[in-house]
Write a new protein. Sequence first.
Length: 99
Amino acid sequence: MIENTKPIKNPLTLIAIFAGIAEILLTVALKFINQELQYIFICFVIGFPILLIILFFVILILKPGVLYAPSDFKNEDNFLVIMDIYNQKINKSKIRSRK
């Protein structure tokens, strides 16, 4: 079964795996924390994945090109076209901000 697995290419998959492992470890660690600190710790356990999701979408909105690899496209030229369009938008906004 391990031979059939593909390497992780999508950043969203990596973030989901990281968040899942962190949630499991934090939930297990909850049992070993003092009673006084459990409320703060529970707030962190709840807020951590929410923060990850917010940061993911901020990156997705501000820099969408960093979330895709050329291998995600059937034709890698399409990736170059998208990156070129994105870079042109960035350059135009930098020129406007300098004026």
